[in-house]
Ligand binder design. Structure first.
Ligand SMILES: [Zn+2]
Ligand SMILES: [Zn+2]
Length: 268
């Protein structure tokens, strides 16, 4: 059974292992390299690399540390998405790096992220953090000029009580979600989805050379409008291509014409 090594200090292995186990790839964790040196969410260390470059760097370090053939690197980012400023967005990238076969595959998953920082004025306002969906979520606060991270709700209440007892400055209290994977269930679910995307890519083999990641890499627009037949921005075909040998194949999408609501002329 091939091994894939993941460098993490945030307990991500168990999120990624099940999807790859189905393909006979066993994920092992290594925590001997501090991934925080590439940047932290709380901002103590600034991120300078792009998320893709960060994920590849972690995967390379994984191989350098262990000498195994396959390295994995996981990297999350926040912001962007389809409604920036309105809906907070989380993207998780998972890089599969196998230098022996000259293979680098990026898998991803993204979706809305339900938390952002809130300012609370008193302990009653903590009720905002007790919704069922916030189960397992951890938080970051600053009490008496000390940054406290990785607090679950019970620990957060204790920290507030302690702060009040010693007359530290507690209120108004800015409560931020702790975005490190082991403290953040929504990210855990997104990392699992990225692992499933990786499994899909590893199973999609090129018919010419059998290299993996033979998936849709290009969407070609121009599906004709049902009403006036002019090309629209809707997908006309998709191109599946192989990074290893360059073989590609275009496939028409299932429908023959676009709804006129997407037509620049019929619905300007
Ligand atoms: Zn039209
Ligand atoms: Zn190929």
């Amino acid at each position: 059974m091939p091994f894939a090594v993941l460098v993490t200090q945030h307990d991500k292995g168990k999120l990624i292992a099940p999807a790859l186990a189905k393909l006979g790839v066993r994920v092992v964790e290594n925590s001997n390299w501090n991934t925080d040196q590439l940047g932290t969410f709380a901002g103590e260390i600034e991120r300078t690399l792009s998320p893709h470059a960060c994920a590849l760097e972690k995967a390379k370090q994984a191989i350098a540390l262990t000498g195994l053939d396959i390295g994995l690197g996981s990297e999350g980012s926040f912001g962007g998405g389809p409604l920036p400023g309105i809906v907070n967005w989380n993207e998780e990238i998972l890089c599969y790096y196998e230098p022996k076969h000259n293979r680098t595959i990026y898998a991803a998953a993204s979706g809305p992220f339900p938390y952002e920082s809130v300012v609370l004025n008193n302990s009653e306002a903590l009720d905002q953090l007790t919704t069922p969906s916030a189960e397992g979520m951890h938080w970051i606060v600053n009490i008496g000029d000390e940054l406290l991270k990785g607090l679950n709700l019970t620990m957060l209440k204790e920290a507030i009580a302690l702060g009040e007892r010693y007359s530290l400055r507690v209120w108004p209290l800015t409560v931020e979600p702790d975005l490190r994977a082991l403290y953040c269930p929504p990210r855990q679910r997104m990392i699992t989805k990225a692992a499933e995307d990786l499994a899909r890519r590893l199973q999609a083999l090129c018919p010419e050379c059998e290299a993996p990641n033979f998936v849709v890499k290009q969407i070609n627009k121009g599906l004709p409008c049902e009403q006036c037949s002019l090309p629209t921005e809707q997908a006309l075909s998709e191109t599946v291509c192989c990074d290893a040998c360059g073989f590609s194949r275009s496939e028409r999408v299932a429908h023959n014409a676009a709804n006129p609501q997407y037509c620049r002329w019929c619905n300007p």
